[in-house]
Design a protein around this ligand. Structure first.
Ligand SMILES: Nc1ncnc2c1ncn2[C@@H]1O[C@H](COP(=O)(O)OP(=O)(O)OP(=O)(O)O)[C@@H](O)[C@H]1O
Ligand SMILES: [Mg+2]
Length: 366
């Protein structure tokens, strides 16, 4: 059973309360009387009324000030306030509304007017409460779904890394070894075959095998460099950045301190993939000349930044692309950062380059 609505009457003159009480007699409301603004403010949190009938002219704090203060309180902001006033000048009423009042009733109070206004304000309050409940349920659902999606994201990224690790390994070891064996055999054949007719296709085969070996090696490294697991983030970044610089002609530098210890695997993978995507973006979009990657650890936080001196981009354009789902690279970087408990920020201005910064809190050493 829902409790009847509680109406708080604040008036320095108890006779006014008696009039209101008489007019509301027989209605399904609870009434509470307080004779000063100060006491009403002090009791508000505890009473949590559904409606306040507030006298304007009172000794001490006047009704307007009380109204202002109640509306500034977290509990008070949503409680409807009807000012009860002998003033009828438009200017006075405007002051009531600018103090935050929701409505007013003129003195002497008319019972029909009081009932009608109280009822409509209480209806508003009820609808507001329902909306709040609805909102709270919605928020809880969104939170639950977000947690589920994050768990799913973590699983997907882990599965993707496992798959890439496996494929890189298979390509490098199985296919790579088979190609190497073919190459050795071709060299042996080369020595046995004396016909000049056969030597040309043999040379061709050797060149093709060399090419295939190089490609297999590159694909395997792009999928997941095994040194990330074996040696850790810093050597892998150093190797990757050098390789990227050679391929693109960009001047790329890595500045980092040797880390005190190996980072968690998920953090190493996320940082590596973020650098990979950032450098791919620079090569594709930035028209940059200089790229600097820094990795430092300070105050139990890992700071990774990737900065270029390229054309930059308009952040509004990026927000629109993100909303449309056409900017998956940057979304992916942000997601990877969030999933390891970090935060990724992107600052870019047209003509002034782009800076991507990731901060990840690290557990204190035991
Ligand atoms: N370093 C950069 N310099 C200039 N523009 C950039 C840079 N990085 C990203 N951008 C701009 O931001 C956009 C979004 O990048 P994002 O990586 O999300 O998507 P994409 O590279 O276009 O496609 P993909 O989903 O394949 O990565 C790019 O299309 C580009 O316009
Ligand atoms: Mg991209």
């Amino acid at each position: 059973m829902m409790e009847p609505a509680l109406i708080l009457v604040v008036d320095d003159d108890p006779t006014n309360f008696e009039v209101i009480e008489a007019f509301l007699d027989g209605q399904d409301y609870r009434l509470h009387y307080i004779n000063s603004g100060e006491a009403a403010i002090a009791a508000l949190e505890h009473l949590a009324p559904d409606l306040i009938l507030l006298d304007v002219m009172m000794p001490g704090l006047d009704g307007l000030e009380v109204c202002r203060r109640i509306k500034a309180m977290p509990t008070g902001a949503t409680i409807p306030i009807i000012m009860v006033t002998a003033l009828s000048e438009k200017r006075d009423l405007a002051r009531c509304f600018s103090a935050g009042a929701n409505d007013f009733i003129s003195k002497p109070i008319n019972s029909i007017e009081l009932l009608a206004r109280a009822r409509s304000m209480l209806l508003l309050r009820e609808q507001h409460k329902q909306l709040q409940g609805f909102n709270a349920r919605l928020e809880a659902t969104v939170q639950m779904r977000t947690a589920q999606l994050q768990a799913l994201s973590i699983k997907l990224l882990e599965a993707q890394e496992t798959e890439r690790r496996f494929l890189a390994h298979e390509l490098h070891d199985e296919v790579g070894q088979a190609l190497t064996a073919i190459k050795i055999n071709l060299h042996r054949l080369e020595r046995w075959v004396t016909s000049t007719q056969a030597s040309e296709p043999l040379e061709d085969c050797l060149a093709l095998v060399d090419d295939a070996l190089q490609q297999v090696r590159n694909i395997s490294l792009d999928l997941r460099p095994s040194m990330l697991d074996d040696l850790g983030l810093v050597p892998t970044l150093r190797w990757y950045i050098n390789r990227h610089a050679k391929r693109t002609g960009l001047r790329e530098t890595l500045t980092c301190e040797a880390l005190a210890q190996r980072l968690p695997t998920a953090t190493e993978t996320a940082c590596f993939r973020i650098v990979q995507e950032a450098l791919t973006n620079i090569a594709r979009h930035a028209q940059a000349q200089i790229v600097s990657v820094t990795l430092v650890q300070a105050n139990h936080t890992l700071h990774l930044t990737i900065q270029d001196d390229g054309v930059g981009f308009d952040q509004n354009h990026l927000s629109r692309a993100k909303a449309k789902g056409t900017s998956l690279g940057i979304l992916g970087m942000e997601e990877r950062g969030t999933l390891i408990g970090g935060q990724l920020s992107i600052s870019s201005t047209p003509g002034q380059g782009t800076r991507i910064a990731l901060q990840v809190p690290l557990a204190a050493p035991v």
